[in-house]
Design a protein around this ligand. Structure first.
Ligand code: 5GP
Ligand code: ZN
Length: 123
């Protein structure tokens, strides 16, 4: 997709340092982090929003969601169960969709944000 910043990053046309990459997706640090750890999981295929996804995207979405805890672990904000049912650590996963959802880049991406609850006091 012409003029899509995340397509350009996924295609290697804009240099970035991936924290993860495979045939279907790439993950890299958010340029304007909202948390000590803030990465974006981005499919290489251009899909504008979560609302554009169809059953054909089920496997891709599953892969994106399953990558989130793996990356969080790798980046030091994994969730540790401790047997109490609560545990420690952890991270937030977020898809923003459309203007009222706060979406700025119209290429599907999953935010993974972690650290010591930096969103405390926010919604
Ligand atoms: P959205 O609001 O669309 O859910 O999130 C878009 C995110 O992409 C924002 O958190 C923003 O900081 C990030 N972002 C926008 N442009 C770039 C870029 O060129 N490089 C990187 N690494 N992140 C970007
Ligand atoms: Zn794109």
């Amino acid at each position: 997709m012409d003029n899509c910043i995340f397509c350009k990053i996924a295609a290697g046309q804009i240099p970035t340092t991936p924290v993860y990459e495979d045939d279907d997706m790439i993950a890299f640090n958010d340029i304007n982090p909202a948390a000590p750890v803030h990465v974006l999981i981005v499919p290489k295929q251009h899909i504008p929003t979560l609302a554009d996804c169809t059953p054909n995207h089920t496997a891709l979405l599953g892969k994106m969601m399953l990558l989130a805890p793996r990356l969080a672990e790798q980046l030091g904000c994994g969730y540790q169960a401790d047997g109490t049912g609560r545990g420690s650590g952890g991270f937030k996963t977020q898809f923003n969709t459309g203007p009222d959802g706060g979406q700025e880049v119209y290429h599907l991406h999953l935010h993974v944000m972690g650290g010591p609850r930096p969103w405390r006091g926010q919604r």
